[in-house]
Write a protein that binds this ligand. Structure first.
Ligand code: NAP
Length: 484
């Protein structure tokens, strides 16, 4: 299937932190894919900026290496890569100094849409924002893109929002949560609001519960210092899992427009009930012959940071009262898989009798790997063996629709960067959403810190601590298996 390429306006995109990990692995490869798809206008330029010394040629060579490693693009030829890097410039610049800013201004002198991607630590956000004005680089149409972590609690998120608001209007600030750019996540909205089938059933009358799992096989080695200050709750739940929960639970917005969508998401966060100690389980992975333990990875054997968390959340509103949302995420688990599972209730009466077997409808939305949506439907087992029921999937997997290995499923960053250029904030978090999310997570974290709770150890390559299974067993439910 050939996807339609919708042209965007001419642009200059400046990447602060262009020599960093995120730029190499995600931002630059995503731009190359858009270029290769024919979406980058002829005059559009990408300008890298960081303190490292590069001239144009060495930066282009650096990017070429990154693309070879991280940009898997079907049908791309060596000449395509060369043509893309010919669009790149580089400025040596210090976010905290004066070097390089005039040179950057000279490179951005055209009248194109101007966007600045802050791919640097949050401590530099205000330095950059201030200098963009000081050196005459920012106007009313300028956009800035900022990355997570957006604060580590409500107070720091408010301070960061206030710092950005001193220099830019909210309509110019694009807070990325790349989960929102995933094709399946947008499809969740298409499935909910583009079909008559689901929305009438999308409530506590018909849905027993919802599970959201984001499981990773990797540990925290390499980013142990950052991770140990953060933990699974701050690193994953407060942003990615909360965003997924909002999209599942929100009321239909009147229009698919930025503030209409974000208003509805905000209402969900505000309706979340506080979570007490009985409703969460924290874990920390141990080691074995093949794997280093969490302690080894962070170099601190007294660390009480969680690398796993499972929790039960309730949304106190008309639609969801009585339907729990179970969220879990962790590192060093047995498989890498992210999934939202909407588990419908049993039929009110089983006309086939117990021997026939009984299955629930489950709508499973897989974010990775093999992005796709699957609906489990009960049918009769074929053959003459009487009325026996089996569960078969109605599969809407994108890999099949979009080519082998899902090669053509666009990366979340591709979509989001193009949305920045288009000036569409629908898939970006607004200041009040981020703050509301921290307002909910802060007391949960403060609770376990006050009680000095240590996380429970769990085996590497497992599904997390056994107590996480109990969190659902107690309610007569169970987690779906974490399958790749
Ligand atoms: P990184 O690898 O440490 O890169 C940081 C970049 O910032 C480098 O290019 C560095 O280049 C530049 N930099 C540092 N100090 C600077 C200064 N004073 N002036 C100008 N440039 C400066 O970090 P990263 O992993 O790319 O992450 C960047 C941001 O994205 C962080 O906020 C991170 O939390 C967030 N993020 C990253 C990922 C990821 O997968 N990596 C995922 C989600 C969010 P020089 O040293 O050459 O100046």
């Amino acid at each position: 299937m050939v996807s339609r390429v919708i042209p965007v306006d001419d642009f200059d995109l400046v990447i602060f932190g262009a020599t960093g990990d995120l730029a190499r692995r995600k931002i630059l490869p995503s731009l190359f894919r858009r270029f290769h798809a024919g979406q980058m206008p002829d005059q559009a330029r990408v300008i890298g900026a960081a303190r490292s010394d590069h001239d144009e040629a060495s930066f282009r060579a650096f990017v070429l290496e990154a693309l070879k490693e991280f940009a898997r693009v079907k049908g791309a030829k060596a000449s395509d890569y060369k043509a893309f890097v010919a669009r790149l410039d580089y400025v040596t610049l210090d976010a905290r100094g004066s070097e390089g800013w005039e040179a950057l201004k000279a490179l951005c002198a055209r009248g194109a849409t101007r966007a600045f991607y802050f791919s640097v630590g949050p401590s530099l956000f205000e330095d950059l924002a201030k200098r963009l004005h000081k050196y005459g680089l920012a106007g009313e149409e300028t956009r800035i893109v900022v990355e997570k972590p957006f604060g580590r609690d409500l107070a720091s998120a408010k301070a960061l929002n206030a710092a950005l608001a001193r220099h830019f209007d909210e309509s110019q600030i694009y807070r990325i949560d790349h989960y929102l750019g995933k094709e399946t996540v947008q499809n969740l909205m298409a499935v909910r609001f583009g079909n008559m089938l689901f929305e009438p059933l999308w409530n506590s009358q018909y849905i027993d519960h919802i599970q959201v799992t984001v499981a990773e096989t990797v540990g925290v080695a390499g980013r142990g210092e950052y991770y140990d200050r953060s933990g699974a709750m701050r690193d994953m739940v407060q942003n990615h899992l909360m965003q997924l929960l909002c999209l599942i639970a929100m009321e239909p917005p009147a229009r698919f427009e930025p503030d209409a969508v974000r208003d509805e998401k905000l209402k969900v966060i505000r309706a979340l009930e506080p979570v007490g100690p009985k409703d969460y389980v924290r874990g920390q992975y141990g080691g074995d012959e093949d794997h280093a333990s969490y302690f080894d990875d962070v170099g601190d054997e007294d660390s009480t940071t969680e690398s796993f968390i499972a929790l039960k959340a309730h949304i106190s509103n008309w639609r969801w009262a009585g339907t729990p949302f179970y969220l879990r995420t962790g590192k060093r688990l047995k498989n890498r898989a992210s999934e939202i599972a909407v588990v419908f209730k049993d039929t009110p009466h089983n006309i086939f009798g117990d021997d026939a077997g009984r299955h629930r409808n489950i709508l499973s939305i897989r974010l990775q790997p093999n992005e796709g949506i699957e609906l489990g439907v009960t049918i009769k087992e074929p053959g003459p063996g009487g009325m026996r029921l089996i569960d078969v999937p109605l599969d809407m997997s994108f890999a099949e629709a979009l080519g082998p290995d899902g090669e053509d499923v666009p990366d979340a960053y591709e979509r989001l960067i193009m949305d920045v250029i288009r000036g569409n904030q629908t898939l970006f978090m607004r200041d009040d959403e981020v703050e509301a999310a921290w307002r909910w997570t802060d007391p949960i974290i403060a609770g376990w810190e006050e009680r000095r709770e240590a996380p429970l150890p769990y085996e590497p390559d497992s599904a997390g601590p056994d107590d996480a299974l109990m969190l659902m067993h107690r309610d007569g439910r169970r987690w779906r298996e974490i399958k790749e």
